[in-house]
Design a protein around this ligand. Sequence first.
Ligand code: NDP
Length: 240
Amino acid sequence: MTDRALVVITGASSGIGAAAARAFSAAGHPLLLLARRADRLAALGLPRARTAAVDVTDTAAVAAHLAAAEEEFGPTDLLINNAGLMSLAPVEELPAAHVQRMFDVNCVAPIQLARLVLPAMRARRGGTVMNIGSIAGATLYGDHTVYCGTKFALHAMTEGLRREMAPYDVRVLLISPGMVDTELLGSTGPGAVLDGYLDYKRSIGGGLAPEDIAAAMLHAYRLPQHLSLRQAVLAPTAQD
Ligand code: NDP
């Protein structure tokens, strides 16, 4: 790990991903930033940052951008699987497309993208994959059934992958935020479910700032390679 090593961040156009992009850039890293909204990626205006408007479920497109970034900056030393969707509703009311989409973006894409970088990391016995899970990947919440399902699955796969990579000194980390003030609620339509979520958030004094999570992500990465901060849960102190 060096300050000049390439860091790849999915979902860098807003929230936690954008904060992480700023934090890792300030620490000196070249970046590959991926999300669908090109304007939001460009607006970050970070030096030595390639941006690509891609859907993370399009593994071939991500692979092409990864190859171009590695050509310019060298091998990926950190992949942050941060892109995610949260559509909250009782299961019967959740649009079928949202069920599929949450699994594709929150679970399948992180594994497919990890498969792009792991062979080289394993070969050189270094590198880190950091998956952004959730407090909802270990606890069930009302109207979160499918979202929790995606994050429980991601947590399980992260731990499985960690065990697979341990013999090769490749770190696989899980950062699990609690409530953070971002655009994540945009996938949940207006109504009682959204109101209840916002009421609870107000009752605990609001969510964390995305920068709170980004600082922890940078800390976990900057620990020496032999030291793996396997899992961290970062939530507002008042959150139950
Ligand atoms: P935001 O909605 O602000 O950010 C989500 C990011 O994911 C956006 O940059 C979005 O970019 C990107 N994204 C979504 N779908 C796709 C896709 N198909 N392809 C590429 N990029 C995509 O929310 P957060 O910052 O809060 O979310 C980041 C992560 O943190 C998620 O995994 C979320 O589950 C997790 N998390 C968040 C919590 C919170 O309270 N906010 C709590 C626990 C976990 P674009 O739309 O431009 O494609």
